[in-house]
Design a protein around this ligand. Structure first.
Ligand SMILES: Cc1cc2nc3c(=O)[nH]c(=O)nc-3n(C[C@H](O)[C@H](O)[C@H](O)COP(=O)(O)O)c2cc1C
Length: 218
């Protein structure tokens, strides 16, 4: 797949088939992730790849935590998210509604429960980093994550970046055997797309780019 075509056609999939993803393909995808640029070339990422029993055991642990120690997702860490971004978030849910309601589920419930199960993907990649590193490690990890998602897309695989589930850091920490100074930044569900699911026909919209560019000196 041509690079520019891949950038334009990548999208999030929220449903996967049971088809196994070979370790060789995952290895190649992670190599593409690893080729991402990073500040001072520090490469502040580690990839923990879970499948099979390791993954289902983690999902079961997360479910128990969710039922017994329910944590509320607070993406803004108690700060007030400006209205413009709240509106964009609401728009996503509004746009998703028709494809989700056909599944007989409610919007937020679908995203919440789906994310907690990593949308039943056969493979989940957890990207972890060292807590001690400066904040720009998050940019580096974002770049590696996009490389991973584009690489998967180019190979006919589907991905969904998932941050929601990280509210249950404890079971993730124990399942991945993380050291004290290690934190999980993002998880990425990986698998072959279930093209029969209505939700997978969905494509998110974008604001007009014009309102986000400020030209000077042209
Ligand atoms: C850092 C990050 C975290 C995300 N977390 C979730 C999540 O927890 N659950 C989910 O369903 N989608 C999640 N997404 C997917 C976004 O909702 C999606 O990327 C966005 O709506 C744009 O759609 P697109 O990826 O199809 O272009 C996340 C994406 C990113 C980049």
């Amino acid at each position: 797949m041509e690079l520019l075509e891949g950038i334009k056609t990548r999208k999030t999939f929220r449903g996967f088939t049971d088809k196994k993803v070979s370790k060789e393909i995952i290895q190649e995808i992670l190599l593409d992730g690893h080729m991402a640029p990073s500040a001072s070339n520090m490469q502040p990422w580690n990839f923990h790849v879970l499948t099979g029993t390791a993954l289902s055991e983690l999902c079961a642990k997360i479910e128990v935590f969710h039922k017994t120690k329910r944590v509320t997702y607070n993406s803004a860490k108690d700060k007030r998210i400006p209205e413009i971004y709240m509106q964009r978030r609401k728009k996503l849910f509004r746009e998703l509604k028709p494809v989700i309601s056909s599944l007989g589920d409610k919007n937020r419930q679908f995203i919440e429960s789906g994310s907690l199960r990593f949308y039943d993907a056969p493979v989940v990649i957890f990207i972890t980093t060292d807590c001690v590193l400066p904040e720009n490690k998050l940019m580096d990890i974002g770049m590696a994550a996009e490389n991973i998602m584009l690489s998967a897309h180019a190979r006919g695989l589907a991905t969904c970046a998932i941050a929601y589930t990280l509210i249950y850091s404890e079971p993730i920490r124990t399942s991945l055997n993380l050291q004290v100074n290690t934190e999980t930044v993002l998880s990425i569900s990986l698998g072959y797309p279930d093209k029969n699911l209505p939700v997978n026909t969905f494509r998110s919209s974008r604001e007009k780019l014009k309102s986000m560019i400020f030209w000077k000196g042209f």
